[in-house]
Design a protein around this ligand. Structure first.
Ligand SMILES: [Zn+2]
Length: 255
């Protein structure tokens, strides 16, 4: 779905343990760069490239991938996307994340929320997958794992695509970032925010989901940082686009 000229939200369908959902990676582009923010589950790399094509943008133009944090539903398609694009374009695709997330993304550290129970559940789930998909899951823990080529810090400004500001928003994970697109006054909240549809159709912004959040206290504190920005639109990775009374709504979460 196109949001503005040079900005689109992808609608990536997923099915985790028979629960249907949609995730919303984003692409932003200018004459020199095409940037993808987050990459779905293992096995979804090709679907993301197809969705980019459907937005009328050639996936071969991809120059950078920004990862908001190391959870599997955000880094799953990364290796496949980078490999495919580099093979067809002959150019390098940079991968950017907060410096704290880098070792988790690369598999040098165990994912933060991986308990022994979760690991067992994942192994069971993998047994039911096709060999190709299973391999993509396994790649997250093997030599074929993702590589971060550039690390980011709080308040860092990236010059391309109308200016991109990195906001370090720890809580969901330690190195979680929100990505502010200066030109579009749009915040890509990652898993830092969610919203619900009320019975009157109104969209109500809610905070991070405690069930999946590493440190709720930090996560709510991080929302205060977001208040400093002029935000007209927010894309929540698991909910989509919201644009009504945003600063008012963020204040309400903090109260
Ligand atoms: Zn997520």
């Amino acid at each position: 779905m196109k949001i503005s000229e040079g900005l689109a939200m992808l609608e990536l369908k997923s099915n985790v343990q028979n629960v249907e959902g949609i995730m919303y990676p984003v692409i932003v582009w200018d004459e020199n760069d095409l940037v993808l923010i987050d990459t779905g589950l293992p096995g979804q790399g090709s679907s993301i490239l197809d969705l980019i094509e459907k937005e009328g943008v050639s996936p071969e133009k991809l120059t950078k991938v920004i990862i908001t944090h190391h959870d599997m539903d955000h880094i799953g398609g990364l290796t496949e996307i980078v490999k495919k694009v580099e093979a067809s374009s002959g150019k390098r695709v940079e991968v950017l994340s907060h410096e704290i997330e880098k070792p988790y993304i690369q598999g040098d550290l165990m994912p933060l929320k991986f308990t022994r129970d979760k690991m067992e559940a994942l192994k069971k789930q993998m047994e039911g997958l096709s060999p190709e998909k299973r391999e993509q899951y396994q790649s997250l823990f093997s030599s074929n794992k993702p590589v971060v080529t550039e690390t980011l810090v709080d308040n860092q400004e990236l010059s391309y695509c109308g200016g991109i500001t990195i906001i370090h928003t720890p809580g969901h994970t330690k190195g979680h970032i929100c990505v502010y697109l200066n030109r579009y006054k749009t915040l890509l909240a990652g898993d830092g925010l969610n919203f619900q549809k009320l019975s009157d159709g109104e969209l109500k912004l809610i905070g991070p989901d405690p069930q999946f959040t590493h440190n709720m206290y930090e996560a709510v504190k991080s929302l205060k940082k977001i208040m400093d920005y002029d935000i007209q639109k927010i894309v929540c990775y698991h909910c989509g686009l919201i644009e009504n009374n945003l600063s008012e709504q963020i204040k309400q979460i903090l109260d």
